[in-house]
Ligand binder design. Structure first.
Ligand SMILES: *Cc1c(COP(=O)(O)O)cnc(C)c1O
Length: 371
């Protein structure tokens, strides 16, 4: 019989979850209290304040949706789109493709614009798509495409989207807490994230934020949101002043995220981004000296997700299994176009340290020499 007490820690260096600190785990083990307990409601208010700080926004409509990052994606799309409305989705990896699927299911008329995996979009790509096939109500794009390791610059895209009269939706699941995400300065209308990547909390909540313009769109909908569970106006009746029951908040998950955000803010955002960048630089030098090459455009590589090509003749899955069994290190394999051809090495949150990089490089060099 499985005993939770027997789980031995790994070094989590895949595309998420990342290592979780003892502080967060201890917070999650605290007594469960009621979701309408005044003490818990204070925790929710503090959580919203810290989420605003981490998203770098003043947006009132900022909270944590129950569910993982994908629930955040779905919440943003279903609340902003009414059936029959047009959405442009930028697809250069798995998560852009997922957003297009979610949009289609929510009743949007979806147009996609694509880039090869590992590349990023330019403002002209968006302007051309809007000129050819627009106008669109909403444009969705992924900031940190975890399937390829590419870092999408958001500001130029945001200008093109707003000049074209649309709202901008940004996936910051992997970027938030590991590189700059400036919701207000970059004029992002809706942004979602997840807990288990650079925030280093177990999976289970999805931070989201909506600009005043996006909040107006939600308040002025003519049709009901296509998802009862993810209806932001109903969720706000609980998270806002009314404190009406909608669904039971995942209490202990909220404790965990509250503690994880405190840790992020104690470290400071710029210091945290710098730590991720430094870990990436060291890892990249080490991997390149082992003869491995990165898949993403060299000018646009993510610090927290390092996608490298598995060399010809090397069984990528066997290397991952050996790393896990012999070194207790987890990394990810390729997804979609990169399946069987790539390793995805995460340096997220608590896992973005010199200790992790050194351990990974030791394991990799031994295993590659042996194959
Ligand atoms: C992980 C991830 C998601 C989905 O998050 P889940 O927590 O797995 O639901 C969405 N977008 C990106 C870019 C991701 O990396």
């Amino acid at each position: 019989m499985f005993e939770a007490a027997d789980v031995t820690p790994r070094m989590l260096m895949g595309p998420g979850p990342s290592d979780v600190s003892e502080r967060v785990l201890a917070a999650m083990a605290k007594p469960t209290i009621g979701h309408l307990d005044p003490r818990f409601l204070e925790i929710l208010n503090e959580l919203r304040g810290m989420l605003r700080d981490v998203f770098q926004t003043k947006n009132d409509l900022t909270l944590a949706v129950s569910g993982t990052g994908s629930a955040g994606m779905e919440a943003c799309v279903v609340n902003l789109i009414e059936p029959g409305e047009s959405m442009l989705v930028c697809v250069n990896g798995v998560f852009g493709a997922r957003m297009a699927d979610v949009a289609e299911r929510s009743g949007a008329v979806v147009t996609t614009v694509s880039r090869p995996w590992g590349e990023v979009f330019t403002a002209d790509d968006i302007k051309d798509a809007i000129a050819d096939k627009g106008p669109f109500k909403l444009v969705g794009i992924v900031h940190a495409e975890t399937s390829t390791g590419a870092a999408q610059p958001i500001e130029p895209i945001s200008r093109a989207v707003h000049e074209g009269g649309a709202l901008l939706l940004v996936d910051a699941v992997t970027s938030l807490g590991g590189m700059e995400v400036a919701v207000d300065d970059w004029n992002i209308d809706a942004c979602y994230s997840g807990t288990q990547k650079c925030l280093s909390c177990p999976p289970g909540l999805a931070p989201v934020t909506f600009s005043p313009a996006a909040a107006d769109v939600i308040m002025q909908r003519k049709t009901k949101v296509r998802s009862w569970y993810l209806d932001m106006s109903m969720m706000m009746q609980y998270w806002g002043r009314e404190r009406l029951y909608h669904h039971t908040a995942p209490i202990n998950m909220v404790y965990g995220l509250h503690e994880a955000l405190r840790i992020v803010l104690e470290e400071g955002l710029p210091a945290r981004w710098q730590r991720h960048a430094a870990a990436h630089d060291t890892l990249k030098k080490g991997l390149e000296s082992l003869g491995l090459s990165y898949l993403a455009d060299p000018a646009h590589q993510l610090p927290m997700l390092n996608a490298v090509a598995a060399p010809e003749g090397v069984a990528e899955a066997e290397v991952r299994t050996a790393l896990l069994e012999d070194y207790s290190i987890e990394i990810g394999g390729g997804l979609g176009d990169f399946k069987g051809k790539a390793w995805r090495i995460g340096l997220m949150g608590e896992s973005a340290t010199k200790r992790h990089v050194t351990a990974l490089l030791e394991g990799f060099s031994a295993l590659l020499a042996g194959t």
